[in-house]
Design a protein around this ligand. Sequence first.
Ligand SMILES: [Zn+2]
Length: 296
Amino acid sequence: MKHMNKNTEKSFLSKVYVIVALIIAILALLLYLILSGGAEKIQKAISSQDKPAHTQTPEADDKTPESTQTPSAEPSSSADTEDPAETAEASSEPEPTPSATAEITDDIESDDSLTKIVSPSRTIASSYVPANLVMPDVPCILDENQNLMRADAAAALEEMFAAAGNDGYELFLISGYRSYEFQQMLRKYWVEKKGEAYADELDTKPGGSEHQLGLAANIGTTDGKCELNVCFADTGAYAWLKENSWKYGYIERYPESKQDITGITFSPWNFRYVGKDAAERIYQSGKTMEEYYGLS
Ligand SMILES: [Zn+2]
């Protein structure tokens, strides 16, 4: 500095002041942008140029929770739901699945409906005999008093047994359709053998068993291991059925710890055909038919 004259020093200092002032101005502008959210606007503008117009950035999604919650907040959708439990579930979940809010329109009353519910407290007329009973082409006792099924249930059973076979489980149809008269015989047999209280826990009440619909299948394995015994629940075949039966339209009908709801003791061998669409929904709900259709 000593060698600089006054004017040179003065002009150098003024340049420094201008640079410092510019830096301060830029910093102030950046601070303003950050505080006002301008940076995000700029970032969004940049990212929306990079992507097709219809895709939203994650930031944009986070900022619009109102729009994604609208379905559950709509009064009409909850008013349509008949089951109070369903309504409570739907309104507490931020992103309800379509099945949680959609109205269930399956017919559980008509005798020929695939989702008809029969139980000891919802009996069917002694005269009811389903149409289209056929013998499914699966391993079974070749007795038409034991193994007939409704045609669609039989076809699905064949498909399911083939798939299980491919995975190493040789399934066996123990019992399908039962006439009212056959149920009377069966009931008498169990009452005499084990007493009335025991018989009441099984799905053997005449007119109170879904076997009369031709849609219930008692399933075991060709080796007969744990046939019609709760120890069937410990087999790989049961695990396979529990995980896969819904894909073929079958659901486990009398699960463990649900006797208070179904009226029937845990019957891991008993699967019920309801059609693929209903089976998927009921399976995904994790409920029994009684719970799913609001009967409990
Ligand atoms: Zn059964």
